[in-house]
Design a protein around this ligand. Sequence first.
Ligand code: MG
Length: 120
Amino acid sequence: MSASLSELSGLMAEFVAERDWAQYHSPKNVAAALSIEAAELQEIFLWREGADHAPERRADVEAEAADVLMCLLNFCNVLDIDLEEAFRRKLVVAAAKYPADRVRGRREKYNEYPGYEDPT
Ligand SMILES: [Mg+2]
């Protein structure tokens, strides 16, 4: 992986502009498109069990993963979200919720760990 997020975001904006599709890209529509593409990715694995990672559908998985990224970048373009900044902020929040020394190897939600104190 070598392209920056801003480069990919620019490519996505160009793609939309060349097709004059911004007129259809309300926040509701682009959020729905993102969710639908994520569901298309999930559908590939539906009814598979355990470690079955659909190796014969690798090309489909890659295409759907790319669709998800395209829709996420488009969503962020439409709402003027700096995705890198939002990612970094969220990573700090997630690290505070899930301190590595406390949750390593565990899968509970942050508020299910022993000693969790509800801040409200
Ligand atoms: Mg798709």
